[in-house]
Design a binder for this molecule. Structure first.
Ligand code: A3P
Length: 366
């Protein structure tokens, strides 16, 4: 049995509508639409822009936007929020483990991460007619959906409904910025925002957009850097995403963490999370969790549990074989291998233009 989620009509990409968040969702200008269609083969229904903010999202977002904005959050919820490729999965695993598997003996810890910790807006990304999200009821996502949402129709948003249905305490992943999420989010729930230096984000995002048919970027690396600095990538603009978090940094329910700090001092960062989450774990427990969530251990465990091209049919086997999978390097500073001096200069200029009013001092790896 198979279910093709994207058989849904995603809506007319040419219409302008107003969302409950107050944003106006508009089609892209014709010239930009043409270029996007040439460089990205994973967006056959096109992309839309939201203003204010110039947020760039798949046309399918309009089907879920108001439901996401009205999502009923709970006091025990923790949202892990990042711009793409800043270490969401890593933080998700840390948070879920600290709250549900502190002694590393919970068998549920072996389950595919999206079953334990859903990706709130993932449904909007299944926008390619050839992508079958649930190829068989044997796959862990489909089975989890059947268990958690027995009388629900997955075509109405299988991840969104799973996010609603998973038992407390819920750890939910999102790449959406604050302004597109429930306005009471921070007053009700906790949010962990992870940031990463933009140079490494470029490298990791480029890789992701090549290995994943949900994006299927087919143009050059130079073009990708240009898309990034022009704020023309999905979930962008990068700076506004970060700025919306920084503006809320003093809220007691928001915890901001940097990828680079987690990398250099994982136990120290886990201790800060321990206080923020109120998990009261001991030093040895934190040390064990830091090791358990290290890149090498997570890569093996996650790839075995479902983060692989068999379960995620949007992963492109051939590119992964040549260039590595979702768990690529997990390091800080790999931009140095890829950014030419010219591109580096371009990104430096862009960083200088944006950091002055942000109060963020990135570390760029050794
Ligand atoms: P690289 O492509 O630089 O290796 P996200 O989960 O937001 O998509 O971020 C993915 C990035 O985080 C990838 O970066 C991935 O390898 C890295 N990552 C995942 N788990 C990690 C871990 N346990 N430690 C360090 N980096 C990790």
């Amino acid at each position: 049995m198979g279910i093709v989620l994207d058989r849904f009509f995603p809506g007319n990409e040419n219409e302008t509508i107003e969302l409950q968040s107050g944003h106006v969702l508009e089609p892209l200008p014709e010239e930009e639409k043409k270029k996007q269609a040439e460089d990205w083969k994973g967006y056959p229904y096109g992309l839309v822009r939201l203003s204010p903010g110039r947020w760039l999202l798949p046309t399918n977002f309009k089907r879920f936007a108001d439901r996401i904005y009205g999502f009923k959050t709970k006091s025990t919820d923790v949202f892990v929020m990042t711009y793409p490729k800043c270490g969401t999965t890593w933080t998700q695993e840390i948070v879920w483990t600290m709250r549900n598997n502190p002694n590393l003996d919970n068998p549920a810890g072996k389950k595919f991460i999206f079953v334990r910790s859903p990706f709130l807006e993932m449904d909007m990304l299944f926008h390619k007619p050839s992508l079958k999200m649930m190829p068989s009821w044997n796959d862990p996502l489909a089975r989890a959906f059947l268990q958690l949402c027995p009388f629900k129709n997955p075509l109405n948003g299988f991840m969104l409904q799973m996010s609603e249905a998973i038992p407390e305490p819920r750890t939910i992943k999102t790449h959406l910025p604050f302004s597109l999420l429930p306005p009471s989010l921070l007053d009700v729930s906790k949010v962990i925002y992870m940031a990463r230096n933009p140079k490494d984000v470029i490298i990791s995002y480029h890789h992701h957009c090549r290995i994943n048919a949900m994006h299927d970027f087919v143009s050059s690396f130079e073009d990708f850097v240009q898309y990034f600095v022009d704020d023309d990538l999905l979930y962008g603009p990068y700076w506004l995403h970060l700025k919306e978090a920084m503006e809320r940094k003093d809220h007691p329910n928001l915890h901001i963490v940097f990828f680079e700090d987690m990398k250099t001092n994982p136990v120290g960062e886990l201790s800060r999370l321990n206080i923020f989450l109120g998990t009261n774990l001991t030093e040895p427990q934190l040390e064990n969790i830091a090791k358990y969530t290290s890149f090498s251990e997570m890569k093996v465990r996650m790839e075995a549990s479902g983060f692989n091209e068999d379960v995620l049919p949007t992963f492109k086997k051939d590119v992964i074989r040549d260039e590595g999978g979702f768990f690529r390097k997990g390091e800080s500073g790999t931009w140095k291998e890829k950014l030419t001096p010219e591109l580096d200069e371009k990104v430096d200029r862009w960083i200088q233009e944006h950091t002055s009013d942000l109060g963020v001092d990135f570390r760029f790896g050794v």
